[in-house]
Write a new protein. Structure first.
Length: 292
């Protein structure tokens, strides 16, 4: 071959191209034939690297794993596995009462076409964020948009969540930071001399924005579905779940319907009426300013 190496796979589009070194041929197999091995004459059939999936000399494995080429190969492997997992997920079908559910790739939300891979979600929230910041909206109006856009997605399916204390603290922390950004008066302030931050009380921040704590919203969702289950238990086979056999080595399961539920639906109705009144006041004030 005159020092040239060729790909032995007949169906490969680069089979007619030559490679100057055995390393180039092994790289070609890593990129084009990741599941195959190549036995180069004079070098043997080398084992594959567990990180980048390329055949490498075992004596130089440590050096190879620290190289930039191996890091790039790792990223390629992760991307390939993610693409395969996404493709398999698309092949999974869902049924309800024996009927196949239609798979929708694009749907309309707030007048914007949304794709199934969530690539347009950030655009919708960015447009809304610019509108609220540009118009200098009232904090309670911002809270209404937050509940309709962010909180609806954040708490989707929370009726059946089993949340630990640490997970609940993480959610509450995000919820508190987001609420502070919508507030005007009750916002974290930094002392320029000492560099210390002063954070307002959560009760004051939530009252200014017109929101409740995240725990209260989750409890209301659980109470709603709990009332529905109590009226029609035929669609929920709870006994089968409770009497199921627990695998050896697993911890005891805590069912979501056994968690304490403290929800007052009347308070939510009062809060929604207060928010709507504030929104109407803001709208009337803006109309008076425009007429003036």
């Amino acid at each position: 071959m005159g020092g040239k190496f060729f790909c032995p796979v007949p169906a490969c589009q680069d089979a007619t191209d030559s490679f100057d070194t055995p390393w180039s041929l092994r790289r070609h197999f890593r990129d084009r034939h990741p599941r195959d091995f190549v036995d180069v004459e004079g070098h043997g059939n080398l084992p594959k690297c567990q990180l980048c999936n390329m055949q490498a000399d075992p004596e130089k494995a440590a050096r190879h794993e620290r190289s930039k080429f191996c890091r790039e190969g790792r990223e390629r492997v992760v991307q390939t596995n993610a693409a395969i997992a996404n493709q398999r997920a698309l092949e999974v079908g869902f049924t309800a009462y024996g009927e196949d559910l239609e798979r929708v790739e694009v749907f309309k939300y707030l007048g914007q076409l949304m794709s199934m891979d969530d690539t347009d979600t950030q655009k919708v929230w960015k447009m809304t964020h610019r509108l609220l910041r540009g118009e200098n909206m009232n904090p309670r109006v911002c809270g209404m948009f937050f509940k309709a856009i962010v909180q609806a997605v954040l708490l989707y399916g929370s009726e059946t969540w089993v949340l630990t204390d640490s997970a609940m603290r993480c959610l509450e922390g995000f919820y508190y930071r987001a609420t502070c950004r919508m507030a005007r008066e009750n916002r974290p302030k930094k002392n320029r001399q000492t560099g210390e931050w002063t954070y307002p009380a959560r009760k004051d921040v939530f009252e200014e924005v017109g929101l409740y704590t995240l725990t209260e919203y989750i409890d209301r969702r659980r109470k709603t579905i709990g009332d529905y289950i109590s009226t029609d238990r035929s669609i929920f086979d709870l006994c089968r779940c409770r009497n199921g056999e627990r695998r050896r080595g697993t911890s005891s399961r805590r069912w979501w319907w056994d968690q304490p539920i403290n929800a007052d639906l009347e308070s939510e109705e009062v809060a929604s009426s207060v928010v709507s009144e504030d929104a109407s006041e803001v709208g009337s004030q803006s109309s008076l300013e425009d007429s003036a």
